[in-house]
Design a protein around this ligand. Structure first.
Ligand code: SAH
Length: 239
């Protein structure tokens, strides 16, 4: 982890935190932390800064923290994703949090295997855990919001048109699509299909909801690859 995420419950004084569990183990085993060393820290949904290790034993670590910087800028994106299989979902959730996406809608689609919906990864505490890993990787503190919609048609007909309204609204689809537009720092709604792709009927429904089909060229990418490629093509690099 490139940033140690802190919760308000970690604070034992105005500038002092005590850590145990996963973060303690990480400090000991990965960082091989020594008293006096500095670490990047940030409060969940708050500021980032520096923590100095002032005490370490097998039960806990204590850091003196100075929090004085804003976390990195976020992407103005609402990402709608057909639910991938669990192994891919885990990687996608972490990558999405790392890349600065703050709103993820996981939806059903014809080619989403029904069994994927019973993965424990969709339990709020498991989602939370993987989102935190993604945030810690990138040095961010702002927890993305995740919405789950198990029925395609009601979502696309009743919710998506409002979500997409007044945004650059796109669906990534390799066929009969326009080339991916140039990077723009503008509110965007982007739909990404399941590993088998959206079926023609679904693309039609997404287009009726106001989304324009765009492609990334003739190579078909895995979902986990399509996500970072699309995001880096659609948004300028923050300076
Ligand atoms: N087998 C499917 C491909 C699915 S790839 C098919 O042939 O349609 C999974 C998802 O990643 C797609 O639904 C799309 O949203 C995105 N994707 C992958 N490669 C893409 C490309 N070249 N252009 C646009 N979207 C792509």
């Amino acid at each position: 982890m490139n940033l140690i995420l802190l919760y308000t419950s970690d604070f034992i004084g105005p500038h002092r935190v005590r850590l145990d569990g996963r973060r303690l183990r990480h400090l000991q085993e990965v960082h091989r932390g020594q008293v006096g060393e500095h670490f990047r820290v940030g409060v969940l949904n708050g500021l980032i800064g520096q923590g100095t290790l002032i005490h370490l034993d097998q039960h806990s670590a204590e850091l003196e923290v100075r929090l004085n910087q804003a976390p990195p800028p976020v992407l103005p994106l609402r990402l709608v994703m057909a639910l991938p299989r669990p192994k891919m979902l885990k990687r996608c959730i972490e990558t999405i949090a790392t890349l600065g996406v703050k709103e993820l809608w996981l939806i059903n689609s014809y080619r989403v295997d029904k069994s994927y919906w019973s993965t424990p990864l969709l339990h709020p505490e498991r989602l939370h855990e993987h989102l935190l890993l993604g945030l810690e990787q990138s040095g961010d503190t702002r927890l993305p919001r995740v919405e789950v919609r198990k029925r395609f048609k009601p979502f696309v007909e009743d919710e998506l048109p409002t979500l997409a309204h007044n945004t650059r609204a796109l669906v990534a689809h390799p066929y009969n699509a326009a080339p991916c537009p140039a990077p723009m720092d503008t509110p965007t709604t982007l739909a990404i299909g399941p590993e088998g792709g959206f079926i023609a009927y679904e693309v039609e429904k997404l287009e009726q909801a106001g989304l324009q089909a765009i492609h990334l060229g003739p190579r078909i990418l895995r979902v986990e690859t399509a996500v970072p490629v699309l995001l880096s093509r659609l948004f300028p690099l923050p300076v």
